[in-house]
Design a protein around this ligand. Sequence first.
Ligand code: NAG
Ligand code: NAG
Ligand code: NAG
Length: 252
Amino acid sequence: MFLKLKQTKSQITMSSSRFIFFVYHLALALILQKAFGSQNCSNSGNFAANSPYAVNLNDLLNYLTSQTPQTRFANASFGQPPDRVYGLALCRGDMSSQDCETCVREAASEIQNRCPNNKGAIIWYYDCLVKYSNTDFFGQIDTQNKFYIQNPNNAANPTAFNLQTEGLLKQLTYQASRNSTLYAAGELQVYGLQRVYGLTQCTRDLSPSDCKKCLEDLISEYLPLCCNGREGGRLYSGSCLAQYEVFRFIRG
Ligand SMILES: *[C@@H]1O[C@H](CO)[C@@H](O)[C@H](O)[C@H]1NC(C)=O
Ligand SMILES: *[C@@H]1O[C@H](CO)[C@@H](O)[C@H](O)[C@H]1NC(C)=O
Ligand SMILES: *[C@@H]1O[C@H](CO)[C@@H](O)[C@H](O)[C@H]1NC(C)=O
């Protein structure tokens, strides 16, 4: 992590776990909000400014910005081969349409700064993602683009807490794949452990069964790497999200 913190009196007086909590939130904010999204520029070719591809991409990003807020998801393609561009945007399922629009607008603008000439790219913000490509990727699980962020706080009873977290995410994976929105959120408390809140979500170009597979694969690959014994983790791929925390991070 690339955090540089100036210590101030107020931070020094925080307890160490509160301090870690504070740093974690700062890190989430820095990495995933505003200009600090995480991105991946694809090496599938470049386009020139003012080319037909640039025009189609601009149309696509405008369309995604205007359509995604209505149902928190949109996918579309613009132009004709070889200048056709395919793209999608997803907002977290608990987001207001207004916040969704702000997030997609900023992500769509920032991805063009970060990957200015790439025909394909993905950017994740804290609450939304925008992805495009010169090839038709709709309906395919994105196994290439993924990352995670870990809450550095350790759970009090890590082994039991891990099981509780896995149980919740498994249940939410099933629920998301059964819901037409491909989104689920919930909480679980096992006696004697901290309550855990979670959410799972897929991009809606996926079939229900591929949504389930995307979440199961992301969780089984990344949960142990990311979050073994930790109080929270955010797993992101180009096709699905799985997140949990011991605090109520889901809106509504
Ligand atoms: C970005 O894409 C490359 C090539 O597909 C992949 O190896 C890498 O893991 C990706 N990184 C992220 C953060 O998705
Ligand atoms: C689908 O998800 C929505 C939003 O989370 C929820 O209101 C609805 O009850 C869910 N439907 C089913 C069948 O679970
Ligand atoms: C969105 O993705 C689905 C595949 O899941 C595809 O059938 C559909 O044509 C796409 N929509 C648009 C507008 O491209």
